[in-house]
Design a protein around this ligand. Sequence first.
Ligand code: WT7
Length: 649
Amino acid sequence: MNDHHIKTVLSESREFPPPEAFQSRAHIQSMEAYETLWKASCDDPERFWGEQAKNLLHWQEDFTQVLDWKAPYARWFDGGKLNVSENCLDRHLDKLGDKPAIIWEGEPGDKATYTYRELHQAVCRCANALSDMGIQAGDTVSLYMPMIPELAIAVLACARIGAIHSVVFAGFSAEALAERNRDASAKLVITADALWRRGNELALKDTVDEALRIYDKVDKVLVVRRTGRSINWDSGRDHWWHDTVEKANADHKAQGFPSEQALFILYTSGSTGKPKGILHTSAGYLLGTTLSSRYIFDLKDDDVYWCTADVGWITGHSYVVYGPLSNGATIFMYEGAPDFPHQGRFWELIERYKISIFYTAPTAIRAFMKWGEDAIEPFDLSSLRLLGTVGEPINPEAWMWFRETIGKDKCPIVDTWWQTETGSIMISPLPGATPTVPGTATKPFFGIQPDIVDQDGQSLADNQGGYLVIRKPWPSMLRTIHGDSERYEKTYWSHFKSLYFTGDGARRDEKGNFWIMGRIDDVLNVAGHRLSTMEIESALVSHPHVAEAAVVGKADDVKGQAIACFVTLHDHELGDPALNQSLKDHVVQHIGALARPETIIFTKALPKTRSGKIMRRLLRDVAAGEEAQGDMTTLEDSSILEDLKESSA
Ligand code: WT7
């Protein structure tokens, strides 16, 4: 985050009350109502969550205890049994059987709709097919798929049989997929021949083949035919979706699983090189996503809801699939890029499907701003009633543009703060109640007690910047890091005694609004995607020519942050444009296209302290083209700075 952003955020005074027309129909219509409920939820969280769990979820067996908290390990709703897929499907069939659950459009313009009844049948078939392939409760299934209905179907089918899904975003490389398959001991990979991206086919099945050469303990591959391209086929291992799933029996009784049955693993970056497998379990996660979807997106029977996130990220898990479907909502799903075949593609879709709720990311909003209003003007956006953002702090300029140009000043904006680890939204306005201010995610959601503390864990006064923590466990929190509980304890619970540490810096203003400042660890946020600097550094040093690498974030108008790499070579003379390009490709090959460095700067040495620590602060200044600031006395060799400036010029 640059200084300019911090200044505008600090001086922000525009405040927007909920539009009256929205407020009068909303689930929660006043700050008094919000405050009363929030206070009650925090005074007696177990009572609150226990009541919500009974009211909002369908249980096959009632729970006997709300929370068992042996810090930092939580068990929620012990004794209870439910089936997550039954909660998202079966329980709606009587009333909503003919209501669209998923409306989908592919990038080339092909279309599909699944009513709740049809989605239920498709999920039952898939559940039977998975069982036929030998998948049992507790097994892990890896999903490497396009944004097509089969992805949601596969997710819900895994949940239905108690298997653990691990969705790997289709932009990750074969190596990244293999690493995740290994870590999760995946038994089966579900994929497609390819996906459409800006008119090109991204060959997913080829990547899966390569990933399975790297880690070969995956028994089977299930393949959806999406683009029809020709692919390699291993007849002992590979199965077509249309030969198995679509031919399977559509009757499937949803068995109840214990509340703490593992639901999914989702990998995310931390401050070390190895991705963390965040583990979420069933009942608590479902409760958090169901409750937050209902109140934060103010879901109503006639809404058409579009969250633009890919199911490969937590936003797609919680707010494309589980939260909205558990509420019986109609979701819209889109396969392609926002600028193909034209830069008004999203607005065309909003018009065509009469989207009423639109949830996207600041990086997308900044791209729309750049593409200009001519791309928007031809389309009728009057169906929209609520807008949302997630993924990074939104700069007030982008917030105002979103409100005025897309929301036509009549849609509230919910700026939602949360993380892969939190499972569901933690801080957000309630659109019918909370006055919004550009740049702040405003207030804690029901049952959530965030705070700002100093390095000793002491609460800070209003308007003082500090560390964002959460005081009490909540049902949708991660349970551990798969296979590495020590890292779980260390990352989230060791900084401050018995407080959950988010990794973000923030402040709270005198009105109680939370202003998120961004990560304070070595984690980058590139176009809303979390990447660790170490992960990129280890990819770079695995190249034979590279001796050492240091990666920092560099402010970027659209992506928020771009990746800048400082690299020393075994032979400095080799640092030419061709090597520069091949190092970028090398990173893409190791991690995926989302991690492509923007700049690589060859330098004779990296600036280090006398104790050998790389001075990232200094590199950040150099990458930003700014004069290096602050204390330089610990720099081991001051000539390096001059050298760096020259190399980066
Ligand atoms: C990190 C979590 C949770 C969905 C997407 C990202 C940043 C997320 C906001 C927001 C300011 C935000 C934080 C957080 N972040 N939403 N509304 N305002 N910052 O999930 O990959 O787990 O990343 O994204 O830094 O810690 P994630």
